[in-house]
Write a protein that binds this ligand. Structure first.
Ligand code: C2E
Ligand code: MG
Ligand code: MG
Length: 666
């Protein structure tokens, strides 16, 4: 191209020069030279100069340019920015070459950097197993990575370039929320876009995914937004039974809510820890299948109690956590707490079974006061236990609860080793025949002699043992100990021993077998053992307990209802259960002398129990006045400090040997 231009240029020079020469020469030499010769001379001279000019241009400019161009073309064709132009071959172009080579160096470096960051990104993207998307907001075109399509079950070949591929697949219940989150980010109200939602998979099912993205801005307008898609189902964020978020996701959201709460003090974030009160009983009696259905139904009900943006998560078993965000007032919190309780207390109908339930809630009303999230869940759990143990439907966490738990844990550790170190022993308190002033039987009571703290009262450590389940092995040891001690005695020394049985022991499925083995091992006749159970342990599951009690009765063991009047008395079960003895609680006996109503109650209970063929034993008799009063009510037995405090087995035997009618106080 340039060659042709040079040729045209030289031809023009040739024509103009020849013409110029012709007229110039003609002016001086025309009289001596004829015109044709003059023309020929001008043409030869003009041609020579033009040819020389062309040769000069060609050699000086065109040839190096050609060489340079062919090198440059070869470079462009290979596309390898690592090659360089070699200046030695192309004279005159060295400066340009140097500049180009410098440019190539820069391009090479940029390419390397880009490659490195692309590789890094590709590794990171593959590592997280996330799908990627990139939305050009100006053209409304979206790039979806192969992994993105793969998550949704779309083949790689599927053409997807519009936002609808994503937006139209979002579950209709989640659409508004996703759009709201997206708008908030594109309007610059949030630092990034983030939304968890369900999305339609090609198989027709919905997946839980997390979409995150960040916009790119130009002139304060978002022009592009790109981000990732995470398959939450695969990453273990959901509980497979209820489809609710699990602990992992809850912790993520709690972290998020915590950060938000720190920034915005206007809106409170509360956390509720919920546990069902009778789930174990339902599971054991109706089977796991019904238990699972109950949890599913419960999950649905709880989800109805909260607002969008709140989280209902299942931690496992019957433990649920509810994270309430954006609470505008304490009243709003209490409104939700109230709703949860109503929803849970109303009947569940599952495969023909009517299930009545209640729950215990531990509440952290405002998580913002915490230094970090680690203690929030733990404290809510502590508050929930407090509510459960205090038979409250809910309790707000307060720091004394934590102190109490720490003390309990310490006590539990000490109690575990107390058994092995021989710090525990039994004492026996006589149950006396009031008319004959003789010992009828004994109640075995546990004592703990702590090496440093001295005697620790059962009322201080039995509840800890109950709570931790330690009461089961402990209770078994007590039974064994009492049976062995009694069996070692001469037949008439001590006839019968009452042993207190905890509700936890009563709930053991193999209680009957365990007691049978203890009786066999000790050789004690079953009718010399009396088991004391409390009303509260019956109330947990009256029907199942009734079966257990009938089985124990059939074994020959006697049964006694302890602390009567303190529990949630339901008289209806009294004649259904095979009870031999009814113990009237100490509180009635104490008040009986001064309070007519207590006296009336003792009278009524005594009459009723006698009617039902049960022996009545008032507990906690401390004075002769009480004895006299009880005798007047036709009470034939009694127990209390007036007769004797609980004493060692050997002392108990001596009491038995005292002559009739004497006071038994030792
Ligand atoms: P309980 O079974 O009702 O035992 C009677 C409690 O009343 C005993 O307290 C006894 O010492 C006390 N007591 C008896 N007469 C009087 C009296 O006249 N005045 C007063 N103020 N108290 C009297 P203790 O030994 O402190 O036991 C308290 C509770 O701890 C028991 O109540 C029982 O529920 C539980 N407990 C004790 N030993 C055992 C055990 O071996 N197993 C289980 N599961 N619980 C036990
Ligand atoms: Mg008792
Ligand atoms: Mg009692």
């Amino acid at each position: 191209m340039l060659g042709r231009k040079a040729l045209v240029f030289c031809s023009v020079v040739f024509a103009l020069l020849s013409l110029g020469l012709y007229f110039a020469i003609a002016q001086f030499f025309l009289p001596y030279i004829d015109k044709p010769s003059l023309l020929l001379m001008s043409l030869v001279l003009g041609g020579s100069v033009s040819a020389a000019l062309y040769l000069f241009i060609h050699k000086t400019f065109l040839e190096p340019y050609k060489q340079f161009k062919s090198q440059f073309d070869a470079l462009a064709q290979t596309g390898t920015v690592s090659d360089r132009l070699t200046s030695s071959e192309v004279a005159g172009y060295s400066e340009l070459e140097e500049s180009i080579n410098r440019l190539l160096e820069q391009v090479e470096q940029t390419q390397k950097d880009l490659q490195q960051s692309e590789t890094r990104y590709a590794i990171a993207a593959a590592g997280t197993n996330d799908g990627l998307w990139d939305w050009d907001l100006k053209t409304d075109e979206v790039y979806y990575s192969a992994r993105w399509k793969n998550i949704l079950g779309l083949g790689n070949g599927v053409q997807a370039t519009t936002p609808d591929t994503w937006l139209n697949r979002i579950h209709k219940d989640d659409q508004a929320r996703v759009e709201e989150n997206l708008k908030a980010h594109l309007a610059g109200r949030t630092d990034w876009f983030e939304s968890e939602h369900r999305i339609l998979h090609e198989s027709g099912t919905y997946l839980w995914v997390l979409t995150r993205g960040v916009a790119i801005w130009q002139d304060q307008k978002a022009i592009r937004i790109a981000g990732s898609l995470t398959d939450m189902t695969k990453r273990g964020y959901f509980d497979p039974l209820t489809d609710l978020p699990n602990r992992n996701l809850l912790e993520d959201r709690l972290e998020h809510a915590f950060e938000k709460a720190k920034r915005d003090s206007q809106r409170k974030v509360a956390l509720l820890f919920m546990d069902l009160n009778r789930f174990k009983i339902i599971n054991d009696s109706l089977g796991h299948h019904i238990g699972d259905k109950l949890l599913q139904e419960l999950a649905q009900r709880l989800s109805l109690c909260v607002r969008s943006g709140d989280t209902v998560a299942r931690l496992g078993g019957d433990e649920f956590v509810i994270l309430l965000e954006n609470l505008e007032s304490d009243a709003a919190l209490m409104h939700i707490v109230d709703r949860i309780q109503r929803y849970i207390c109303s009947d569940f109908k599952i495969e023909g079974h009517h299930i009545v339930n209640s729950s215990s809630l531990g509440i952290i009303p405002d998580i913002a006061g915490y230094p970090d999230t680690s203690e929030i869940l733990r404290n809510a759990d502590i508050a929930m236990y407090h509510a459960k143990n205090s038979k409250l439907s809910y309790a707000f966490f307060d720091p004394t609860m934590h102190k109490h738990v720490v003390a309990q844990q310490k006590l539990e550790i000490e109690l575990r080793s107390a058994l092995n170190k021989g710090e525990l022993h039994l004492v026996y308190q006589p149950i006396v025949s009031l008319n004959e002033a003789s010992v009828d039987s004994y109640e075995a009571l546990l004592r703990w002699k702590h090496p440093v703290k001295g005697y620790i009262l059962p009322s201080d450590f039995i509840p800890v043992a109950e709570e931790t389940g330690l009461i089961v092995p402990l209770g078994e040891w007590i039974l064994r100990e009492a049976c062995n001690e009694l069996q070692k005695q001469q037949p008439n020394d001590i006839t019968t021993v009452s042993v207190n049985l905890s509700g936890k022991q009563l709930a053991q499925p193999d209680l009957l077998e365990r007691i049978t083995i203890i009786l066999q091992d000790s050789g004690l006749k079953a009718n010399r053992l009396k088991l004391e159970i409390t009303e509260s342990s019956i109330i947990e599951d009256p029907e199942r307990i009734s079966v257990v009690l009938h089985q124990l009765k059939a074994l020959g063991v006697q049964l006694c209802l302890d602390d009567f009047g303190t529990g949630y008395s339901s008289l209806s079960y009294l004649n259904k259960l095979p009870l031999d003895v009814l113990k009237i609680d100490r509180s009635f006996i104490q008040d009986m002398v001064s309070d007519k109503r207590s006296l009336a109650l003792v009278r009524t209970i005594t009459d009723m129990a006698t009617e039902l063929d049960m022996k009545v034993v008032p507990e906690g008799i401390e004075s002769l006045e009480q004895v006299t009063l009880l005798q007047s009510l036709n009470c034939h037995y009694g127990q209390g400090f007036y007769f004797s405090r609980p004493v060692s087995f050997d002392e108990a035997k001596k009491l038995k040997q005292k002559p009739k009618g004497s006071t038994l106080t030792v």
